[in-house]
Design a protein around this ligand. Structure first.
Ligand code: NCD
Length: 324
């Protein structure tokens, strides 16, 4: 159990929802009960946005959005989530213009921002950086991606999208395709999916295979998995095809990147072999791994994922700040 962080000084601010004042660092903090809770609030947030556009639930609260790596969806959906709940945002997408360039450490930057804000969303290139930030911070930290480590809020919105589109998780066959070594989204998604009775297939070239520690989680929770290089071998069976970008920024040898970047391409020809009620997911950004020709296929779920990201982040912000 993580320590409860400082939110407000009034007893009325305290609420026992399992998230109040908590850091969100890893998907290992979630079980089925907590997932059901966040998905339930996420659905309420969707209705709120559709009916009213915004609410004043987080009025007076300030989020510091601290991004040391590029981001479009994660940073702006957190911003939109805070704004739609009546809160405000300090956006720091260009750390090169902050004192980080002068050599300020992550702990000192965190201590600075928590003097002004009620919680901090952090994306950073180093594995474990969110845990370090949380160690120093008195206010809650939400991990928005720590290098090749985890991306827990992406996994939450991914799971939410599967439930919204397919109605359930138990019994599904899920294939993850592409850069499973460096892709933090598939690390978090796999570790979250083990809460359900799913079957995994990991599709990648050998040197981009799922890391052993993630496979250990799959094994230790009694799940079966298969590995293959060939997406054609599985396309006809899967309920979810989760496609990833080859993470160019993690490669030290760019010649190696060039050899694999177009290894897998999901196009109309491949989709003609897929089940009628399956879905294709991608955390985005895509490079060439999903053809634009399938964007209008109802099975293409990646634009729905983006929208769901805002609802799930609204739910998380409200829960951590004790307003859900
Ligand atoms: C992902 C990330 O940053 O890990 N993007 C995202 O948050 N939607 C995936 C990626 O960059 O390939």
């Amino acid at each position: 159990m993580l320590a409860t962080k400082v939110i407000g000084r009034l007893p009325s601010d305290q609420i026992d929802n399992g998230f109040y004042g908590q850091d969100i660092l890893s998907v290992s903090q979630f079980d089925r009960t907590k997932l059901d809770y966040i998905f339930g609030v996420g659905r309420e947030m969707e209705v709120l946005v559709e009916r009213l556009g915004s609410a004043d639930l987080l009025q007076g609260k300030i989020l510091a959005n601290l991004f040391y790596e590029p981001s479009t969806r994660t940073s702006y959906s957190f911003m939109a989530a805070m704004l739609r709940l009546g809160g405000q945002v300090i956006p720091i997408n260009n750390v090169q213009y902050s004192s980080v360039t002068k050599g300020e450490s992550l702990p000192d930057t965190i201590r600075t921002l928590e003097s002004y804000a009620d919680l901090i969303v952090l994306r950073h290139p180093e594995l474990g950086s969110a845990a370090i930030a949380a160690h120093y911070a008195k206010k809650p930290i939400i991990n928005a991606g720590d290098g090749v480590g985890e991306h827990p809020t992406q996994a939450l919105l991914d799971l939410f999208t599967i439930v919204q589109d397919l109605g359930q998780l138990d019994g599904l066959k899920i294939a993850m395709v592409g850069d499973l070594k460096y892709g933090r989204t598939v690390h978090s998604l796999t570790k979250l999916l083990v809460n359900y009775g799913v079957q995994f297939t990991f599709v990648s070239p050998d040197f981009l295979a799922m890391p052993p520690d993630v496979l250990d989680v799959v094994r230790s929770t009694g799940h079966k998995f298969e590995t293959t290089h060939d997406v054609h071998a599985v396309i006809g069976e899967v309920d979810v095809l989760y496609v990833t970008r080859v993470q160019k920024e993690r490669f030290t040898d760019l010649a190696q990147y060039d050899r694999v970047q177009d290894y897998y391409v999901v196009d109309e020809a491949l989709m003609s072999h897929a089940k009628p009620n399956m879905i294709v997911m991608h955390p985005l950004p895509r490079i060439n791994e999903i053809s634009y020709a399938i964007d209008d296929d109802p099975r293409a779920a990646y634009f729905r994922q983006m929208r769901n990201g805002m609802y799930i982040r609204m739910a998380l912000l409200a829960a951590v700040l004790g307003k859900a």
